[in-house]
Design a protein around this ligand. Structure first.
Ligand SMILES: NC(=O)c1ccc[n+]([C@@H]2O[C@H](COP(=O)([O-])OP(=O)(O)OC[C@H]3O[C@@H](n4cnc5c(N)ncnc54)[C@H](O)[C@@H]3O)[C@@H](O)[C@H]2O)c1
Length: 313
């Protein structure tokens, strides 16, 4: 079971007992002064979620004399968690790591479940591993998060709420980040416990991601916002499979977080990216809800995918 502490105040102890802290340049600009000397700062943003960054982190580990029995800490958003976690999972064939998430998305979602990855070309998360970090969530770090990144975190929370009646009900009332994060951590941990290696239950978390990953690559929008755009388009594409009233309820719900209604992506390009998705077995896989908490999978051939996506936009 993954160790996840929320607002325990223990993150600095963890950081100072680590052999290396990995962060990005933006986070370092704000919080670098309180981090130890033994840190590796990589460029910020999705463009740096690459093998090149892994090499840079590995070189820093070697320079700091990180041993097999040591641990490192990722201090940053989901990008830093994915890339530093991957580096830890392969350095000397795997060392332990901790994660102090500093974005809403990383606190509510990516810190749970141990998926690590880097992108290769246009393929998101093409290379990765499963490696569970100990997690120290401190919501005070949200105070410096830019609005655009906060909204991105809300995208993954909205997606997650379709998996859980309790979270969905909470989302209909007054929002509070700490409570939302607690719901998401509880929910995702339970799903991951059933299906650590993504063969069954965990697939439900991919709601919005088939189209969302392509939207992220093609538009450069933040991850969680792209997932929400992906979710809206996927619901429209599969509306015939979704109970009528529920479909309209979800449209109204998503509208509250995503005012933009019309999109103009190149459907063929979306299909090319969607076809490289790891989830695919027979055709392009899309997860869709039929009620809150009840998620199904559709597999579309390329032509049908493109036609439905064009209609949805
Ligand atoms: N491993 C998983 O299970 C999982 C799940 C969901 C998403 N992800 C991945 O997570 C990534 C997205 O994560 P993200 O949205 O956190 O993006 P991110 O890590 O790129 O952070 C977004 C931006 O916010 C800045 N930032 C981070 N913390 C800050 C703070 N406290 N104050 C000010 N600025 C801050 C960063 O420098 C960056 O510019 C994607 O690569 C996605 O694929 C992984």
């Amino acid at each position: 079971m993954q160790k996840i502490a929320i607002n325990s105040g223990g993150e600095m102890n963890e950081i100072y007992r680590s052999a290396l802290v990995v962060t990005d340049e933006n986070v370092n600009r704000i919080y670098g002064g309180m981090l130890p000397q033994n840190k590796c700062v990589i460029g910020a943003g999705e463009a740096n979620k690459t093998l090149l960054s892994v090499e840079k982190i590995a070189a820093a580990m070697i320079k700091c004399g990180v041993k097999r029995s040591d641990r490192i800490t990722a201090f940053g958003g989901g990008m830093i968690g994915d890339v530093a976690g991957f580096a830890a999972s392969v350095y000397m064939r795997g060392i332990e790591w901790s994660f102090v998430p500093t974005t809403l998305l990383a606190m509510a979602d990516s810190c749970v479940g141990g998926k690590t990855a880097v992108n290769v070309g246009l393929v998101k998360n093409a290379i990765g591993s499963f490696s569970l970090p100990d997690v120290f969530i401190e919501t005070k770090y949200l105070n410096t998060l830019p609005r655009r990144e906060y909204e991105s975190g809300m995208g993954e929370i909205v997606k997650m709420s379709l998996l859980d009646p309790l979270l969905y009900e909470f989302m209909q009332g007054k929002f509070n980040a700490e409570t939302a994060i607690k719901h998401c951590v509880r929910l995702k941990s339970a799903i991951v416990e059933k299906d650590m290696y993504d063969h069954g239950a965990r697939k439900a978390l991919n709601l919005g991601h088939t189209v969302g990953h392509a939207v992220e690559v093609l538009s450069g929008m933040p991850h969680g916002t792209s997932v929400l755009v992906g979710l809206r388009l996927e619901l429209l594409m599969l509306r015939d499979y979704i109970p009528h009233n529920f479909f309209y309820e979800l449209q109204a719900y998503i509208n509250k977080y995503l005012p933009e209604l019309r999109y103009n992506f190149d459907a063929e390009a979306v299909a090319v990216i969607a076809m490289s998705d790891k989830k695919n077995v027979d055709g392009i896989s899309i997860m869709y809800p039929v009620s809150i908490g009840e998620i199904r999978e559709a597999a579309l051939d390329r032509r049908t995918f493109i036609r439905l996506l064009r209609e949805a936009m």
